[in-house]
Design a protein around this ligand. Structure first.
Ligand code: ARG
Length: 647
């Protein structure tokens, strides 16, 4: 409330002052309604009234742009009578055109004129920031230096979210958050769980940024453990330096599969693998002490090569997905010290017990079962690395919040280590959050073969290319079919994943996700492309002036059709949708908005015509479409998609 302009609002809101420009347009109308309610019912203060004014309601019973349920004010008088009283007392203002009462509800309608002017001005001024403003808004995380191990700068060419753009807000200003996501295991398949973590996690990182947070995007690789011993033994037998350089991920997986097969009949492989892993663990310890034994160093060097070359390959795929990380961390990066410290602290606080040489934490009191925190042979385990890792991250980054984007299969694991950190007395343990998701059923290529993400993306691209080829004329007009089909394919995969509630399982369906009809990725891209083409199609007869000149030269009061009003109201809701998504942490909140906007636009083409209209009407409508394109594009970028201009 404090950032809202003082009442009474200026009578002509067409030239926004600083406040008008930064307060979401719909809030101004809600505030006007709240002020009116307070003037009729002095016992309801403006703040309370403001909270009671809801926008974005749909349904048969909704008879206005804003809805107020009178009972929520808890007044002595009967709600129906209060509603009538409000309706009777109303006189139009520059913001509000009419009020009606229906039972215990009051509905406000805004002045379309003010709505059009405010919404379009805001989209305009906030979307077309000067490059300088955009840059200065880039967030930097606490003490993170981007030269930290494996750090990526957003690679050139990524289509990222516009910082401070329309729809964003500063509610998280000054807060540092780590979003840990993707986290595949080296030498093992990048399975559907990793794909979901990658897609949802990258979206969440964007979402936090859109809400003003400083975000650190962290990839916690599965790069430690006995499987590297197996891999090393396998590499001796089947490895090729050349293949490794070419495509580490595929090669290491091949080697891993072969040696595991051998291991089924040859127990000595496992013995040697265990030995190797013991050396790896010793090696890191010794490297820290700068002593080093030849054998251990070699083990570590080989492992490091596997890791580095895998990261090179991962980065390529992430870039293809329009996703990047600030930090490639991983299980290997958790120091031995952090883990032994953690074990010591646990022992001191008396929550561990020994059982057959292993150490165990008993969390049955919290309905979280028992779990091993150190193995019999003294080697570290997954959960201990997570405990030590969290402590290290806190010490290094002093985050205000940390989110782990991990499949719901690991619900127990996450709950256990959060609980352990809490029991160790760490205050910040309560700022940890597990954002989980359900399974993908049947993710494979159409031939039923894929294990690698790349294969899925290639196949999706192929399918989209086939779909595009079916329309020969259009296909001939596409500048770069390779690029376009790849982007469409990726959009299809991502949108299929994000359009449902996270926790639901879904079936991976080629047909459905690559269709241009229904709520699919290609449909969103099509809507964006069509919006992009309006400007091209109307040139040179009707050309929008540069953004800075639009507010003073375009007469938005000409947008009188009901469709225009609907579009304006929906565009106005976008800032609220971005806030709502932060509460739900559901990508579907943004997907649903994008679909609604796309459907609404597709139903508007016949009534809101630009071609052949008087110039001022054409300009106003064109501006509306271009604004819709900007907002749809922002929503798509928030979802990590790359909106296409042509297809
Ligand atoms: N690499 C793990 C896996 O594939 C996921 C890591 C999840 N994050 C964590 N901090 N435990 O199962």
């Amino acid at each position: 409330m404090t950032t809202l302009p003082p009442f009474p609002l200026p009578a002509t809101p067409s030239i926004p002052d600083e406040h008008l420009a930064s307060t979401p347009a719909l809030d101004l109308f809600k505030l006007a309604a709240a002020e009116f309610i307070h003037s009729v019912l002095p016992e309801v203060d403006v703040e309370k009234a403001f909270e009671g004014v809801e926008s974005g309601k749909t349904g048969k019973n909704v008879q206005g742009d804003f809805t107020v349920a009178v009972p929520r004010f808890r007044l002595k008088a009967k709600p129906n009578e209060v509603a009538e009283k409000l309706a009777a007392a109303f006189k139009p203002t520059p913001y509000l055109a009419s009020v009606s009462a229906n039972g215990a509800f009051v509905f406000f309608n805004c002045q379309v004129n003010a709505l059009a002017s405010l919404v379009l001005n805001q989209v305009n001024t906030q979307t077309y920031l000067t490059p300088d403003e955009d840059h200065s808004a880039l967030s930097t995380f606490a003490n993170l230096s981007l030269s930290d191990s494996g750090a990526d700068k957003p690679p050139a060419g990524l289509k990222l979210l516009k910082k401070n753009g329309y729809g964003t807000n500063q509610s998280g200003k000054g807060k540092n958050i780590i979003v840990e996501f993707s986290s595949p295991n080296i030498a093992k398949p990048f399975h559907a769980g990793h794909l979901r973590s990658t897609i949802i996690g990258a979206f969440l990182a964007n979402l936090y940024e859109a809400n003003g947070y400083n975000v650190l995007r962290m990839n916690y690789l599965g790069d430690w453990g006995k499987q590297f011993g197996i891999l090393a033994v396998g590499f001796e037998r089947y490895g090729s330096e050349e293949e490794l350089e070419k495509d580490a991920i595929t090669h290491l997986y091949d080697v891993y599969v072969k040696i595991n097969k051998d291991g089924e009949t040859d127990e000595s492989i496992h013995d040697r693998a265990r030995e190797f892993f013991v050396k790896m663990e010793a090696g890191t310890r010794l490297i820290v002490l700068i002593i080093g034994l030849a054998g251990d160093e070699e083990a570590v060097a080989l492992w490091k090569k596997f890791r580095d070359l895998s990261i090179v390959k991962y980065k390529e795929t992430y870039a293809r997905l329009n996703i990047y990380f600030d930090l490639y961390s991983g299980e290997s990066q958790v120091s031995q010290k952090a883990q032994t410290d953690a074990l010591e602290a646990l022992q001191k606080s008396g929550i561990v017990e020994e059982s057959q040489g292993a150490l165990i934490v008993d969390l049955r009191k919290y309905k979280l079962e028992k779990t091993v925190v150190r193995k019999k042979d003294g080697t570290s385990v997954y959960i201990t690395r997570d405990i030590g890792g969290a402590v290290e991250r806190y010490e290094k980054y002093k985050f205000d919040k940390m989110v782990y984007v991990v499949a719901s299969q690991q619900d127990l694991h996450l709950a256990q280590f959060f609980k352990v950190l809490d029991l160790m007395g760490y205050d910040w343990a309560k700022t940890l959050q597990h954002v989980n998701f359900g399974m993908v059923l049947g993710m494979s290529t159409r031939k039923g073969t894929a294990v690698f993400l790349e294969q899925i993306l290639d196949e999706s691209k192929r399918v989209m290319h086939d779909v595009m080829r079916k329309n020969e004329d259009k296909y001939a007009a596409i500048e770069d079919p390779e690029y376009t089909s790849d982007k469409l394919g990726i959009t299809a995969v991502k949108v299929q994943d994000m359009s449902g509630k996270r926790i639901n399982n879904y079936e991976f369906k080629w047909e459905r996700m690559t269709s241009f009809e229904g709520d699919t990725g290609p449909y969103l891209q099509y809507a964006h492309v069509r919006l992009s083409s309006v400007e091209r199609k109307n040139a040179p007869d009707v050309v929008l002036p540069p953004p800075a000149e639009r507010p003073s030269t375009i007469d938005t009061s000409l947008l009188t059709e009901p469709k225009a009003r609907e579009i304006l109201l929906l565009l106005g809701q976008y800032p609220d949708v971005v806030r709502a998504a932060l509460k739900s942490l559901e990508p579907s909140t943004i997907c649903t908005f994008a679909f609604r906007l796309s459907h609404l636009i597709s139903s508007a083409w016949e009534t809101l015509i630009v071609k052949g209209q008087p110039r001022d009407v054409a300009l106003a409508r064109l501006w509306l479409y271009v604004s819709a394109k900007d907002v749809l594009g922002s929503a798509m970028r928030l979802l990590t998609l790359e909106p296409l201009e042509r297809m």
